[in-house]
Design a protein around this ligand. Structure first.
Ligand code: ADP
Ligand code: TRP
Length: 464
C-alpha cells in the first residue's frame, strides 16, 4: 500500500443506522484515516446533512450524530498520540454552511445524466421505489458529497469501495466547473481505497458487514453484547464435532483474528483447528478477548469523552474554526468566478469565534491602555512580525510584536501613531525577544485586521 504524504485529505461518515460504528467501519475506513493522518493534513467530517436522506426524525438524528461523534473520536483518540489527534481537523458538516452553498452552485454545471448513473440512486430504484417518489436529497446526494470534497481542495479522499463512484462524479463536476469558468478553482481529488480491506464481510459470512443487516461486531457496546456478536459468528458449516478437521478459509472467526489476534497464536490456532484439536467456542473466546484488548484504549477514550461533553464541544469548535478557514477561501473564489460579486457587493464571510469561552471574571482582568509607537521595524528573520517600541506611560517603553506583515502592513503604518494595547499579559517569546503586550485589532469581516486608533488620547491612559 502506497501511503501518500503531505497531501490534504478529506473524508466523512454519515450518521446512518443508529450512528454507531462496527469493526467493518474501523477496518474499512477509520483505520485508514488514522494511518493517513500521521503524514497528511486530514479533515474528517461527520456528514450529518447526508443523514437527512433517510433520517427525518429530530430525536433520532440528534442521537445518531452524537453517537457517531463519540464513536469516531474515541477510535481516533484510542489509536493516536495526543499530537496526532490534535492535528486532525474533526468537524460537523452542518457547522460549515458553505457545504450547501457550494452544492447549490455546482448543481448548475452538472448534467442530470451524471446523477442518474449514480449507484445509490439506482439501487433505490431497483428496490421497487418509483422514481417520482425518491427524495431529491437522495438523488443529489453525490452533489453534496462533491461539495464536501471540493470546498477543501482535497487531494485525496479515503473511502470504502462503495464510494468510489462518488469520487469519480466529484472529479467530473470539478472538471466541468473549471472548464466552464476557465480557471482551476477546484482541485480534482483522487480516491484512496486500500485493496486488502476493501470490504469486510459480516458475521454471517454471506454479506458485507453492515449495521442494517445486523451482522456486525461493535466496538463500544457492552461486553455482553460484543460477546454475543462474537459467539454468533459464522465458522465452518461442515464441521459437526470438535474432532472434525475444520476449515479456516471463509471462516469469519479466523478472518477477524487475522486483524485483531496475535499472529503467532493465530497461526497455531489455525493448525489445531485444521486438525480438529480446538473447539469453535475456544477460538471464539480468543477472538472476543482479542477484540476487547485491541479496542481497549478506544473503549477507555469513549468513556472519557462521554463523561466530558465540554471536551467534545471544544474539539468540534476547533475543527469548525479550522474547516471554515479553508471553506471560506474556496467560496470567495467560487463567488468571484461565477460572477455574483459586483461593484454593489457587500457580503463577506464572517468567521465565527470559536465556541470556547472565558469567564466574565477572566475578561475583567484585561487591562487596556493607550500607547504611542516610538519605533517600528520589521523583525529580522521573520516574514510576519513587526517590532514596536511603545510608550504606555510607564518608566520604560515596551517591546510589543504584531504579526501582520502578511496582510500588507508595514512599520510606517504604526510609527508615531497611537493605538490601544493590552498591557497585563504574561510576556510571550517571539523569536529571540519577548513581546510585552498586544496591540488591539478588529479582526473579522474582511479577514484583514484593522487597528483601533487612539489618536488624541493621553498616552498611558487606562481604558479598563
Ligand atoms: P454501513 O454499511 O454499516 O451503514 P456506512 O455506509 O455508514 O456503513 O460506512 C461508513 C464507512 O465505512 C464508509 O467509508 C464505508 O465504505 C465503510 N464501510 C462500511 N461497511 C464496511 C465493510 N463491511 N467493510 C469495509 N468498509 C466498510
Ligand atoms: N457518502 C459517504 C459514505 O456513505 C460519506 C461522505 C459524505 C463522504 N461526504 C463525504 C465521504 C466526503 C468522503 C468525502 O460513506
Amino acid at each position: 500500500m502506497n501511503i501518500p504524504v503531505n497531501k490534504r485529505l478529506l473524508s466523512g461518515i454519515t450518521p446512518s443506522g443508529d450512528g454507531s460504528l462496527h469493526i467493518g467501519n474501523y477496518l474499512g475506513a477509520v483505520r485508514q484515516f488514522i494511518e493517513l493522518a500521521k503524514s497528511n493534513e486530514t479533515y474528517l467530517m461527520v456528514a450529518d446533512l447526508h443523514g437527512l436522506t433517510t433520517i427525518q426524525d429530530k430525536k433520532q438524528l440528534q442521537q445518531n450524530i452524537e453517537t457517531l461523534i463519540l464513536n469516531e473520536l474515541a477510535l481516533l483518540k484510542g489509536f493516536m498520540t495526543d499530537d496526532e489527534f490534535n492535528n486532525i481537523i474533526f468537524f460537523r458538516q452542518s457547522d460549515v454552511p458553505m457545504h450547501t452553498e457550494c452544492q447549490s452552485i455546482i448543481n448548475n454545471v452538472t448534467p442530470l445524466g451524471l446523477l442518474k448513473r449514480a449507484h445509490a440512486y439506482k439501487d433505490k430504484l431497483q428496490k421497487d421505489v418509483m422514481e417520482d417518489d425518491i427524495n431529491v436529497g437522495l438523488f443529489s446526494y453525490p452533489m453534496l458529497m462533491a461539495a464536501d470534497i471540493l470546498l477543501y481542495q482535497a487531494d485525496i479522499v479515503p473511502v470504502g469501495k462503495d464510494q468510489k463512484q462518488h469520487i469519480e462524479i466529484t472529479r467530473d463536476i470539478a472538471g466541468y466547473f473549471n472548464k466552464i469558468y476557465k480557471k482551476n478553482v477546484f482541485k480534482l481529488p483522487a480516491p484512496f481505497i486500500p485493496e486488502e480491506v476493501a470490504v469486510v464481510m459480516g458475521t454471517d459470512g454471506q454479506r458485507k458487514m453492515s449495521k442494517s443487516l445486523g451482522n456486525v461486531i461493535a466496538m463500544f457496546e457492552s461486553e455482553e453484547v460484543i460477546r454475543k456478536q462474537v459467539m454468533g459468528t459464522f465458522t465452518d458449516p461442515t464441521r459437526k464435532h470438535v474432532t472434525d478437521p475444520g476449515h479456516v478459509e471463509g471462516n469469519m472467526v479466523f478472518t477477524y483474528l487475522g486483524f485483531f489476534g496475535e499472529p503467532s497464536r493465530v497461526k497455531k490456532m489455525k493448525e489445531l483447528y485444521k486438525e480438529g484439536k480446538v473447539s469453535d467456542v475456544k477460538v471464539k473466546e480468543y477472538l472476543y478477548e482479542s477484540v476487547m484488548t485491541y479496542f481497549g484504549p478506544a473503549r477507555r477514550a469513549y468513556d472519557e469523552l462521554k463523561n466530558n461533553p465540554a471536551l467534545v464541544k471544544e474539539i468540534l469548535a476547533r475543527g469548525q474554526e479550522r474547516a471554515l478557514t479553508i471553506a471560506i477561501q474556496t467560496m470567495k473564489q467560487v463567488r468571484d468566478v461565477i460572477g455574483v460579486t459586483t461593484q454593489y457587493s457587500f457580503f463577506d464571510y464572517q468567521k465565527p469565534v470559536s465556541g470556547k469561552t472565558i469567564s466574565i471574571d477572566e475578561f475583567a482582568r484585561v487591562e487596556l491602555r493607550v500607547g504611542k509607537v516610538q519605533e517600528a521595524k520589521n523583525k529580522e528573520g521573520s516574514d510576519k512580525l513587526i517590532r514596536l517600541v511603545v510608550d504606555i506611560g510607564e518608566e520604560n517603553p515596551r517591546i510589543i510584536f504584531t504579526g501582520v506583515r502578511g496582510f500588507g502592513y508595514t512599520p510606517e503604518d504604526f510609527l508615531g501613531k497611537q493605538f490601544f494595547f493590552i498591557t497585563n499579559l504574561a510576556p510571550r517569546k517571539m523569536m529571540n525577544e519577548e513581546s510585552q503586550g498586544m496591540i488591539l485589532a478588529v479582526d473579522g469581516a474582511s479577514l484583514k485586521p484593522q487597528f483601533v486608533s487612539a489618536e488624541g488620547m493621553p498616552v498611558g491612559a487606562k481604558i479598563r
